[in-house]
Write a protein that binds this ligand. Structure first.
Ligand code: NAP
Length: 243
């Protein structure tokens, strides 16, 4: 049974990803930071269904907290075979209104967290000569998004981190890939109005918006044996919005 850590699994894409891995028969660690209630609701739901599931609290933007989370995981099961770096925040602001705090929070949450978690997960993967890392970037990291330049910058950096790490870890049996979701209906996009959603749908070749399940299925694929010859790639899950 593989040990899978999904960061930011209390809500949205992360919660759906944790659910899918549990249904797949993996031993899943649900990480959360603020949303204790929804994280435990997911944990209880999966536990009641008989799945192998654990819950770990950590602010993944803080190195020390990531360290403690991995200490806890390693005590329980040795280490992580599949790491899904999903935790993230978004913010819509004019570039010139972005404060130092906004910028630093964005970098810490969406980029430093990926660095901290990968750095801590990799030695166990190298020891086993097996590992799967899936980082959640964004299509705005591929093409740039107006009024979210700090978000675009860190999501582009996640793509760079993915490619570099894939080069370094290939011979250790570790694949490192990235998913770049398009518009997915979650709390993160709850600031958009129905008119906004309809306009985005019209711009999307499939004529649909994405769901957390669409992204979760792609994560599961990139963590499966079916993708063992795929590394350093960016998979767009966006209905063709960015091609
Ligand atoms: P969401 O519904 O807002 O959920 C965000 C998740 O990240 C929550 O579980 C939250 O946990 C967690 N999180 C945030 N900061 C954290 C921290 N410091 N430590 C631990 N967990 C933290 O967002 P989502 O739409 O599912 O997004 C998930 C990922 O997909 C993000 O990386 C996002 O950038 C990316 N993405 C989303 C879309 C979209 O359209 N929704 C598009 C492209 C990419 P707590 O609430 O427990 O703190």
């Amino acid at each position: 049974m593989r040990n899978v850590l999904v960061t930011g699994a209390s809500r949205g894409i992360g919660a759906e990803t944790a659910r899918l891995f549990a249904e797949n028969g993996d031993n899943v660690f649900i990480n959360y930071n603020h949303s204790e209630k929804s994280a435990f609701a997911l944990y209880n739901e999966l536990k009641e269904k008989g799945y192998s599931v654990n819950i770990v609290k950590a602010d993944v933007s803080v190195s020390v907290e990531v360290g403690k989370m991995f200490d806890e995981i390693e005590t329980l099961c040795g280490g992580i075979d599949v790491l899904v770096n999903n935790a993230g925040i978004a913010q819509t602001k004019l570039f010139t209104d972005i404060t130092d705090d906004d910028w630093n929070r964005m970098v810490a949450t969406n980029l430093n967290s990926v660095f901290y978690c990968c750095r801590r997960a990799i030695p166990y993967m190298v020891h086993n000569q097996f590992g799967r890392i899936v980082n959640i970037s964004s299509m705005w990291g591929q093409v740039g998004g107006s009024c979210e330049v700090h978000y675009s910058a860190v999501k582009a950096a996640v793509i760079g981190l993915t490619k570099g790490l894939a080069m370094e870890e290939g011979l250790s049996g570790i694949t490192v890939n990235c998913i770049a979701p398009g518009v997915i209906k979650t709390d993160m996009t709850s600031n958009l109005s129905e008119d906004d959603f309809n306009a985005l749908k019209d711009e999307t070749p499939t004529g649909t918006l994405g769901t957390p399940y669409d992204v979760a299925r792609a994560v599961l694929f990139l963590a499966s044996d079916n993708s063992s010859f795929i590394t350093g790639q960016v998979l767009g899950v966006n209905g063709g919005f960015v091609v």
